[in-house]
Structures are given as structure tokens and as C-alpha cells.
Design a protein around this ligand. Sequence first.
Ligand code: ADP
Ligand code: MG
Length: 213
Amino acid sequence: MAITAEQTLAFIRDFGDVIATNKDFLTQLDSDIGDGDHGINMNRGMRAVLAKLDSTNPPDISAIYRTTAMTLISTVGGASGPLYGTLFLQLGTATQGKAEISAKEWSEALTAAVHAVEARGKATLEDKTMIDALEPAITALSEAVADGADLEAALARAESSAEQGMKATIPLVARRGRASYLGERSAGHQDPGATSSWLLMGAAHRAFGNGTS
Ligand code: ADP
Ligand code: MG
């Protein structure tokens, strides 16, 4: 079973939908340790992405990711815009010229994309950022693929590892981004970007797995 362009569109649409549904929650989390705009930023960006996808109808998987990236970069002012933009841009590069994506190719593309976000934002594991959800997700995904798991099982493991990574941000002291200005006071709160990254892994699971989308 391989991932199609249609499923790629479903993935982006699902992410836009869960961002909209969780907008106030993400903003609440960002009010605790940031400036209270993460849900607003991401929702503004994803509304613009969905409108752009509808109006331009990108021809293939790579173009869907590149359109998503460019729209996020141009519409989201906060740190998260360029970082998610980098993630989707690298997904576009990694999927260039491919009509369908195998489980192994998805794992490799997402791994390259997360590494690009790390290079861009200079965050590593336990800095209390989106990397704390994304890095466990790519580790789980590549281990599952190496174990010979099917795509559905690999995506499920990636989602639950992202969830664990997100929850593990609660006790951490932030070392990157706006929350790092709070120092020790950032401990005891879940990171908003790790939360939106967990939602992203859920969207991939639903769109690319055997499930609903
Ligand atoms: P801003 O902090 O500019 O207001 P947002 O509120 O939209 O932007 O996003 C905040 C989230 O961005 C944080 O919760 C964190 O997960 C993520 N983030 C911030 N800086 C970095 C970084 N250098 N690397 C990775 N993620 C980061
Ligand atoms: Mg913010």
C-alpha cells in the first residue's frame, strides 16, 4: 500500500481541520509559556493553505507539500510558520518526481523533514519544542518500517510516540523559542508546538493508514 496524491491532500486537509478544532487549546497552551498565539498562527496559516490548494490544484505530491510550505511561510508570523514551512518544504523535496510514496519513502521523507527543522531552529530533544514530538515519531516510524510493519501500524506507532513526546515536554525547562525566556517557570506546562506536531502525526495516521480519510 502506497500513499497517493489524493491521500496527501487528505493529510493536509485533516491537519487544517484538527488545527481549527484545537485552535483555542493550542492558544491556551501558548498563553501559559508564550504569547498566546500558536493556535491563531497555525489556524491562520492552515486556512490559507487549504484555500491555496483549492485555488491552485497542485499536480502532484511534491507540489502539494511545496504549496503548503510556501503558504505557511508567507502567512504565519510566529516561529512556528518558518519551522512548519521548512518541514513541508523538505517533504516536497524528498517526494519530488514520485507519483506514490511507500512506507519506507514516507519514513525517509519525514526523517529528512524533521532534520531540516532541527537544522533551521537549532533545537534538539528535550529543548521543549515541536522536536520533542517529531523526533520520537520519526524514530518509531523508521523502527517500525525496519521491523517490516505495514504502513498502518507504522503510522500508529509514530502517532503514539509523538503523543508520549508531547506529554514528556510538561516537566521540561524550555531551551529554545519564546518559552525559554521564562527559564524554570516554563516547567509544568505542555509545549504548544509539540502539541500541534502530535496533531500532525495523527493527521498522517488517519490519511495514510487504513482508517477514516
Ligand atoms: P512564537 O513563539 O513566535 O509566538 P508560535 O507560538 O506559533 O510562535 O509557536 C511556538 C512553538 O514553536 C513552541 O511551542 C515550540 O514548539 C516551537 N518552537 C519555537 N522555537 C523553536 C525552535 N527553535 N525549534 C523548534 N521549535 C521551536
Ligand atoms: Mg506564540
